[in-house]
Ligand binder design. Structure first.
Ligand SMILES: C[S@@+](CC[C@H](N)C(=O)[O-])C[C@H]1O[C@@H](n2cnc3c(N)ncnc32)[C@H](O)[C@@H]1O
Length: 227
């Protein structure tokens, strides 16, 4: 069943969680969850260790990319949003007992709620990787990229910060580029036609990307800078 909360349209539950996964949701997740009932504060203060910047990933799936970023950048704090409980359980299994958990915070719901809570100009990057493409025309309004969500992303990014988007669904890539080019707060950073065909440096890939490549689809990578 497709559920809707704000910008989230999709499944919150997949296969029944195993007992261990249920335990992670009940015991590990609460300690890592960003408390949106508190007044918004500098997101660097959400972490028990000093971090010099905070990046956000919307719809992190099983957390592969989020955790790879945390591992590759030891001074960074990361916040990931994922309403799909089975994906969250996978990420928690990776985080449980890991030192990376000190620099990762989670929002187990729609990332729009997180965007609306974060203070203005408070994060360095916002990642949207392989968002649900909603190919049918009658579902296009469910796509995460919309003028209003670009406004939300623009509000929380610092000038010079980046919105990073990847997708294997060419019509959604065009859709996103068109809306970014129309948005006064963003500039597409591509210099050559090749820029959007090659992933950016340090790209660890994602599960959906692996599937897309296996099935012969061509991903595109977009970096838009906050002006
Ligand atoms: C196609 S999957 C891609 C997962 C992962 N990024 C990857 O590349 O492997 C899209 C994910 O976005 C999540 N999602 C959809 N709408 C969302 C929203 N409004 N906020 C946060 N996550 C969302 C879904 O639950 C799903 O796990």
């Amino acid at each position: 069943m497709v559920e809707r909360t704000g910008a989230f349209w999709g499944r919150r539950h997949g296969k029944a969680l195993r007992l261990g996964q249920r335990g992670l949701i009940d015991t590990v997740l609460p300690a890592l969850t960003v408390d949106l009932t508190q007044p918004p504060a500098d997101p660097r203060r959400l972490f028990p260790v000093a971090v010099d910047d905070v990046w956000v990933e919307s719809g992190f799936g099983g957390g592969e990319h989020l955790l790879a970023l945390a591992a590759a950048r030891p001074t960074l704090g990361l916040i990931g949003a994922e309403p799909f409980v089975n994906g969250m359980a996978k990420a928690l299994a990776r985080l449980d007992g890991s030192p990376l958990a000190e620099r990762v915070r989670l929002h187990p719901a729609d990332s729009v709620e997180l965007l609306d809570w974060l203070p203005e100009a408070s994060i360095g990057r916002f990642y949207l990787l392989y968002p649900d493409p909603w190919p049918k025309k009658r579902h296009w309004k469910r796509r995460f990229v919309s003028p209003v969500n670009l406004d939300r992303i623009a509000r929380v990014l610092r000038p010079g910060g980046e919105f990073r988007f990847a997708s294997d669904w060419a019509p959604y890539v065009d859709w996103t580029l068109r809306r970014l080019l129309d948005h006064p707060a963003f500039a597409w950073t591509a210099r050559t036609a090749d820029d959007w065909r090659r992933p950016w440096d340090g790209w660890p890939g994602t599960r959906y990307e692996e599937k897309a490549l296996r099935e012969g689809r061509t991903p595109a990578y977009v970096i838009a800078r906050r002006l």
